[in-house]
Design a binder for this molecule. Structure first.
Ligand SMILES: *Cc1c(COP(=O)(O)O)cnc(C)c1O
Length: 336
């Protein structure tokens, strides 16, 4: 697995730290929980899309692009990280945002990631929930091309095989950290959405015969769909790396029973997980992904999935910037 064969730009702060969650582990009575801090990748507040964008933007530049187009939900972290790197590279950035929650809360619609997108100088357009966003991006690309621009379309979440290389690389990084400190990893757990993160991790962990299982906690699709998406993309990624489709159905574990009402709508468990990590560890999760992912992990711990001596790593994929779009969900009184 020699990732230097692929064009890559270097703007993420790597390696991200791997830290023990001592107070949370004690609170839950084991296992030993660890957190891999991909919320600290550096670009624009950090997050998992940054690793993918290192490979995607290198590809865009190799193709002579001067404009990037991508899509996501209104509070998309992927959109924010894309807007930031486009600014840094002097490229135009068009973000197509899908109104997946129908929220009328001004914080949701204008604060958090949306505010940051504006600061990075991106062009934003809002599309009704259920829009065919791939078709909308293709139409936008055509429109910009007709004006003489050279657009590069990045799929939602940066989730194609090129983007997933970023997480194949993250798998190598985590393995090196675990090996350096003699840490036997029982499982790696994280929130899975557009599937590129889990697909890249599975690709890297299978290609290296690490024996480390990955559990994706779903935030949108039902189990069968998420499993299919992750497996297909993991195999596209290993194929791109020249290894053929080596991931099997057993290599992909997903649990989509923590979605609740839907994408972007926090559950009670989500809010509990955010509060626990904030109060016990001083760590900010987010209401769309990592809050749900951590709620799933906490529930699995409580159901006895792990032995108290196991080491379980939670991948923090970022997203706390979206908290400012969700002030109302927490119902805090301002002062007392
Ligand atoms: C996009 C995102 C995820 C999910 O990653 P995918 O590669 O889309 O599955 C998880 N957490 C955060 C904070 C994200 O922004």
């Amino acid at each position: 697995m020699h990732l230097s064969r692929f064009p890559r730009l270097h703007f993420a702060h790597l390696p991200t730290p791997l830290e023990p969650l001592e107070r949370l582990s004690a609170h839950l009575g084991g296992p030993r929980l660890w957190i891999k801090r991909d919320d600290c990748t550096g670009l624009a507040g950090g997050g998992n899309k940054t690793r993918k964008l290192e490979f995607l933007l290198a590809d865009a530049r190799a193709q002579g692009a001067d404009t990037v187009i991508t899509q996501g939900a209104t509070q998309s972290n992927h959109a924010r990280q894309t807007a930031a790197i486009a600014a840094r590279l002097g490229m135009a950035c068009h973000l197509l945002l899908e109104d997946r929650t129908a929220s009328e809360d001004p914080d949701y619609n204008y604060n958090g990631n949306v505010l940051l997108n504006e600061l990075f100088g991106a062009r934003l357009s809002l599309h009704p929930g259920g829009t065919d966003m791939n078709a909308a991006m293709a139409a936008e690309a055509q429109r910009l091309q007709a004006q003489g621009a050279r657009p590069y379309v990045i799929p939602g979440g940066g989730s194609n095989a090129v983007g997933a290389l970023g997480y194949a690389n993250a798998a190598l990084e985590l393995l090196a950290q675990a090996n350096d400190r003699g840490l036997l990893v029982r499982e790696l757990v994280h929130a899975t959405g557009s599937a590129g993160t889990q697909a890249g991790l599975v690709a890297g962990l299978v290609a290296t015969h690490s024996g480390i299982p990955v559990l994706g906690i779903g935030v949108r699709a039902p189990d069968a769909v998420q499993h299919r998406n992750v497996l297909a993309l993991a195999n596209e990624t290993t194929a791109l790396m020249g290894l053929g489709p080596i991931a099997t159905a057993q290599d992909v574990q997903v649990n989509c029973s923590y979605v609740g009402e839907g994408y972007g709508i926090p559950t009670q468990g989500t809010l509990e997980a955010i509060a626990l990590l904030a109060e016990l560890e001083g760590i900010l999760l987010d209401p769309v992904y990592t809050g749900k992912g951590m709620a799933g992990l906490i529930d699995q711990v409580r159901q006895g999935r792990y032995h108290p001596d196991d080491n379980v790593v939670f991948l923090h994929t970022g997203g706390s910037q979206a908290l400012f779009g969700y002030r109302a969900a927490f119902g805090f009184a301002s002062y007392r």
